[in-house]
Design a protein around this ligand. Structure first.
Ligand code: DC
Length: 209
């Protein structure tokens, strides 16, 4: 049996850190699916066209190559918003679906994103919905930006996260929401270590069942 672990939730809730640690602990491949949408958005920014253009965005999604995910300019306010905008286009999501499913086909995987438990792998054995209060997420994102030497102020980071939350939850195709059978993990008052410990407990229980 191959094991698929779906980790969904809003931006800066700690999904990536948790997913990476779970993957390492369980010797599973890890895919940050946000990178796919970021790489598509980046291609449109490069072409200086509107990321909401459905025809161009679908073409960019179909032309995506694995090396695009390793670009170093996939993060930052413009890339964040462009990713969220292309992610609202149904044809873009459809173009990226097989990529995500193929990734887990051979050996299983830990995948993090917005719709992994609801759309990409509705049959995943373990689904976590990782969330945290907006203010705490903004604090973490700000610290991450400062850590990378990027100038940013709290209010702006919080506003951008709020806009992305609204866009990702409000879209009609594959909106951000917990799967009915997802386990909620609120990391507002948990550090990375505590979140990992709780997630491993869930994984252990599920594997034992
Ligand atoms: O996880 P992230 O912040 O890197 O994702 C960037 C954007 O991509 C996010 O605002 C919404 C979109 N996304 C998505 O719609 N579905 C996914 N599975 C992953 C990301």
């Amino acid at each position: 049996m191959i094991l698929v672990i779906a980790i969904d939730g809003p931006a800066a809730a700690g999904k990536g850190t948790l997913a990476r640690r779970l993957a390492a602990a369980l010797a599973l491949p890890y895919l940050d699916t946000g990178l796919l949408y970021r790489a598509v958005g980046r291609r449109l920014l490069d072409q200086a066209v509107d990321p909401r253009d459905a025809v161009l965005a679908e073409a960019a999604a179909r032309a995506l190559r694995p090396e695009d995910l390793h670009r170093t300019d996939l993060r930052g306010p413009a890339a964040d918003m462009a990713a969220s905008e292309v992610a609202a286009i149904p044809a873009v999501r459809a173009a990226l679906l097989d990529w995500q499913r193929d990734f887990a086909r051979e050996a299983g995987a830990v995948l993090d994103g917005r719709d992994i438990g609801t759309v990409v792998f509705p049959e995943a054995q373990i689904k976590l919905f990782v969330t945290a209060a907006l203010e705490e997420r903004a604090r973490r994102r700000l610290a991450e930006l400062h850590g990378r030497g990027v100038a940013a102020v709290f209010e702006q980071v919080e506003t951008e996260l709020r806009m992305r939350d609204t866009q990702d939850s409000g879209r009609s195709t594959a909106p951000l929401k917990p799967a009915a059978d997802a386990i909620l993990l609120d990391t507002t008052h948990l550090d990375a270590e505590a979140a990992f410990a709780q997630a491993m407990e869930v994984v252990g229980q599920r594997i034992a069942e």
